[in-house]
Design a protein around this ligand. Sequence first.
Ligand code: 5GP
Ligand code: ZN
Length: 132
Amino acid sequence: MEDCIFCKIIKGEIPSYKVAETGEAYAFLDIGPLSAGHTLVLPKKHIRNIFEADPKDLYPVLDLVQKIAVLMKEKLPCDGVNILINNGEAAGQSVHHCHWHIIPRFSGDGYKFPPAGSLSKEQAEEILGKLK
Ligand code: 5GP
Ligand code: ZN
């Protein structure tokens, strides 16, 4: 897609620090890393987000996500990884070419997600009533 910054990175029109590439997927270092080694993995095909994706186009991307997570653990090395994908602006997606964040974690790095909430029986039943 013409105006997409990630399509331009994949085509080499914008430089990137490439970590790995396959026929269907591309991985490069995030320019604003949340930790050392923060990598983005994305399909070469322009897919906006998970809502619009054909699952078949995602499988090869997930293959590369897993390979890079294993590589990071062994070679950085790191102690764990967070893997996340933001879908839609409400979820924090700022670049609308879907991509997985692989964020290396180091024991004692101190990064904490917000405290967990709680789930009542009524809430669980209401949600399952909508989703099932
Ligand atoms: P989102 O918020 O859409 O889930 O994540 C977009 C990510 O892309 C951000 O973490 C941001 O730092 C990264 N990013 C945005 N523009 C560029 C760029 O031109 N090059 C690189 N390497 N990363 C970028
Ligand atoms: Zn794109």
